[in-house]
Design a protein around this ligand. Structure first.
Ligand SMILES: [Zn+2]
Length: 148
């Protein structure tokens, strides 16, 4: 089996997140050391319990979980769901019924902060389209700082 590169190490298809799946060998994204298997971790995602495979780096002791594509650290909702919710809000000026309003309000404030920082001249709707196309994590602190 081919080792995963640091770029695709953290993503995995959601349906493949099981204990029985064959996980390929991986290298550490920081020091490129071959990672050791480090068990599994339960997480909630989109109101469903999922299992994430974990690896541990024997050199720098970093623990890495393989997450489904679009799953963000510290969030129980996929980025795609957030963007679709925000698109609904911007289009209809109301929230979709399935997502708690308080939670989606948090996403909207983060989106507006990101929009104001990166593309204040662009319309919010077209900037949202850009974020969706590029799969930009608008909660990421690194993307909150303005690029020169
Ligand atoms: Zn390492």
């Amino acid at each position: 089996m081919q080792a995963l590169t640091p770029k695709n190490l953290l993503t995995w298809s959601l349906s493949a997140c099981t204990r029985d799946a064959e996980y390929p060998p991986c290298n550490c994204p920081d020091c490129n050391q071959k990672l050791w298997s480090h068990g599994f971790r339960d997480r909630n995602l989109e109101n469903t319990k999922i299992i994430l495979k974990r690896y541990r780096c024997p050199r720098c002791t970093k623990v890495i979980s393989i997450k489904p594509e679009g799953m963000l650290d510290y969030f129980q909702t996929l980025l795609k769901t957030m963007l679709v919710t925000l698109e609904h809000r911007l289009t209809f000026k109301s929230w979709p019924h399935l997502i708690p309003r308080q939670r989606s309000g948090h996403w909207l404030r983060a989106f507006y902060r990101h929009h104001k920082m990166h593309a204040p001249d662009q319309s919010p709707m077209s900037y949202l389209g850009h974020l969706a196309k590029e799969s930009v994590n608008f909660f990421d602190k690194r993307s909150r700082t303005k690029k020169n």
